[in-house]
Design a protein around this ligand. Structure first.
Ligand code: MG
Length: 316
């Protein structure tokens, strides 16, 4: 019986300009690309953890891939035996399993523009490119006045999302929450407090979105908006089951994947019909490494015209 096999490839991607987050400076990310083969069916997936998110590391995922010795049945048995572990590897395996549908996906999605600094002229440039929603990183250095200066130049149909990446304390989170709830052009404040912070109960779910915390135990019960990174969310069938019971809005978001992970993440995001913009404005940020094949902009789309076997060969 053919129980399937796999091969994998570790790649490093260096940012053109180091990415400044609330947790430090990210200069590069490592990814593992996965190719599975079972009964002549080929699948591709990508293991792309993101610094400071509660998942396995690339090294931990690689250890599992090594010890299963390229037997797909051994790999899936190891992963299934360790419940609630290896979410990135589970996501990659889900991508491999659905690859026949993923590779033929060419649908379009509305995309939010990503700004890494609260700069009104950068925001204006994004609005000028046609983005309606802009997502902005904030930290303890950002002031409410900074955000007001951006709202001043916002078009009347433009909106903002603020993402603190868990960097605020409870007092700061409270004043930001009050501000965000009073501004109609701000959609939500994302991850104000660290993962597991008890203060979330007192802030409440109205216009408070979870991202990092959604992946941690208990996060899935949040009644407010939830940001889902397909690359980090774990098994996609389990995710779909959760999605049918969650009534709050879900925003899908990239974890800076290569074209393999991006094609899969766009496909997963398109499984739901949403009027909200998703977070895929992550292209063009790496040194030219021939691992991006999609187009950027306020509308993003899957590509059904790519020769993935050829791309895999070029990557290997
Ligand atoms: Mg976030």
């Amino acid at each position: 019986m053919n129980s399937g096999k796999y091969e994998f490839l570790r790649v490093r991607r260096r940012f053109r300009q180091p990415l400044v987050t609330a947790h430090g400076v990210v200069e590069f990310v490592d990814r593992i690309l996965l190719r599975t083969e079972i009964h002549d069916e080929i699948g591709y997936g990508e293991i792309s953890p993101w610094p400071s998110f509660p998942t396995e590391t690339v090294d931990e995922a690689r250890e599992v891939l090594r010890s299963a010795q390229c037997s797909l049945s051994h790999l899936t048995a190891t992963v299934s035996a360790n419940k609630n572990t290896y979410p990135c590897l589970r996501s990659a395996l889900s991508s491999c399993a659905a690859w026949n549908q993923i590779k033929s996906f060419s649908g379009k999605l509305k995309c939010a523009g990503l700004l890494t600094a609260p700069n009104p002229s950068l925001a204006q440039a994004k609005w000028g490119e046609g983005f309606k929603t802009i997502k902005l990183k904030i930290n303890t250095q950002t002031s409410i006045a900074d955000i007001k200066s951006i709202l001043l130049v916002a078009p009347s149909d433009g909106s903002l999302r603020l993402d603190a990446n868990g960097s605020l304390d409870l007092a700061a989170a409270r004043s930001w929450t009050e501000f965000v709830r009073g501004e109609k052009q701000i959609e939500f404040l994302e991850q104000p407090l660290p993962v597991g912070h008890a203060g979330y109960a007192s802030l409440g779910p109205d216009k408070i979105a979870l991202d990092e915390s959604f992946l941690a135990p208990g996060g899935a019960n949040w009644g407010g908006p939830v940001v889902v990174k397909p690359a980090l969310v774990g098994d996609w069938q389990e995710f779909h089951q959760w999605r049918t019971s969650h009534t709050g809005p879900v925003i899908y978001s990239s974890a800076f994947e290569t074209a393999i992970g991006r094609q899969a993440a766009l496909w997963l995001a398109a499984q739901e019909s949403s009027t909200l913009a998703d977070g895929f404005d992550t292209l063009g940020r790496f040194e030219n490494d021939a691992r991006d094949y999609h187009s950027a902009g306020p509308t993003v789309a899957g590509r059904s015209d790519l020769d993935w076997a050829k791309i895999w060969k070029e990557l290997s």
